[in-house]
Design a protein around this ligand. Structure first.
Ligand SMILES: NC(=O)c1ccc[n+]([C@@H]2O[C@H](COP(=O)([O-])OP(=O)(O)OC[C@H]3O[C@@H](n4cnc5c(N)ncnc54)[C@H](OP(=O)(O)O)[C@@H]3O)[C@@H](O)[C@H]2O)c1
Length: 284
């Protein structure tokens, strides 16, 4: 039988977890990948070519699909790339799009996530908007090298708190929305159950890994210079600096009840995340 669920971003943070959890439940799906044949391979997730920059891949990728988990790759800022995809989804009778958006997107009219949400609404395809806070997993991706090698967290967030969320919890909500009834035309604000400063995160890491991890708290200028010296493009540096500035002034600390209500258990804590990712950080 042709799987009726399509997962985009399966090589990324959230999509890989959604695919993993569907696979564990033995629910067949299609893995939308830019290059068929590479990692990750899932027993229940046959790969299909899909590239947002190549609309000619949409027809085949959406064939027989009823539900789509859709992400906006960070490198794609222009929401117009999503228009041909939504048109094809309409034509093929897609019944539900679960879109990975951003906490507060409804008030942030300038972010691409809100512009894509609006296009989904316009396409009149039933939707679930997942609006998560800052991912814990940014620590083991973007900030992995500085933590593992320099034993410090190098972000300019001052003493601002962040309601970090584990992507495994976002994926759990996505799987529910993709496989259960009652999530159509809803938006969920997803955060962890506590807001922490980066100093508190560094202290937790130090305690659990039994090795000192500092919170460097650089100035915005030093932070930008650091990433420039690492070859990151200036626009990406500016986006990152902007995100940490919003955390610094207290805009990232909101804690919401949606996640616990949806998954029926406490969200994964920062403590548990640090324990679970110990090996990945090579802190054995
Ligand atoms: N990080 C956070 O704290 C945070 C918080 C809230 C919301 N978000 C939002 O979450 C989204 C990112 O999710 P993520 O972190 O799970 O993704 P990610 O780890 O950055 O991975 C991006 C994914 O997009 C795929 N991709 C790239 N270009 C593509 C294209 N042209 N066509 C199709 N797929 C393409 C990549 O596949 P390849 O392997 O082929 O490159 C990869 O699977 C962003 O919209 C971000 O703003 C992030």
């Amino acid at each position: 039988m042709n799987p009726s669920i399509l997962i985009t971003g399966v090589t990324g943070n959230v999509g890989s977890e959604v695919a993993k959890q569907l696979n564990e439940k033995k629910i067949p799906f299609k893995s939308a990948v830019r290059k068929v044949g590479g990692e990750p391979i899932f027993e229940y997730g046959e790969q299909i070519e899909f590239d947002l920059m190549r609309p000619e891949t949409f027809k085949q990728a959406l064939f027989g699909i009823e539900r789509v988990f859709l992400i906006r790759p960070p490198a794609i800022d222009d929401p117009r790339y999503f228009e041909p995809l939504l048109m094809e989804a309409q034509q093929q009778g897609v019944k539900h799009i679960v879109f990975l958006s951003l906490l507060g997107a409804q008030t942030l009219f300038f972010v691409p996530h809100r512009k894509i949400e609006k296009r989904i609404l316009k396409a009149a395809i039933p939707y679930t908007f997942l609006r998560p806070s800052f991912f814990m997993q940014n620590l083991n991706t973007t900030h992995m090298a500085e933590i593992r090698e320099d034993r410090r967290i190098y972000v300019p967030a001052g003493n601002g708190k962040t309601s970090f969320i584990d992507v495994r919890d976002i994926a759990a909500v996505a799987v529910k929305a993709l496989t259960e009834q009652g999530h159509e035309n809803k938006a969920y604000d997803l955060t962890g159950s506590e807001a922490l400063t980066y100093l508190q995160v560094a202290e937790l890491m130090s305690e659990i890994w039994e090795t000192a991890i500092q919170y460097a708290n650089p100035s915005a200028a030093d932070f930008k210079a650091y990433w420039k010296s690492h070859g990151l493009p200036q626009d990406q540096i500016n986006v990152m600096a902007g995100i940490y500035f919003t955390a610094k002034i207290g805009f990232a600390k909101k804690v919401t009840p949606d996640l616990k209500r949806l998954i029926g258990r406490e969200p994964i804590t920062m403590r548990r995340y640090i324990q679970d990712y110990r090996e990945e950080f090579q802190m054995m």
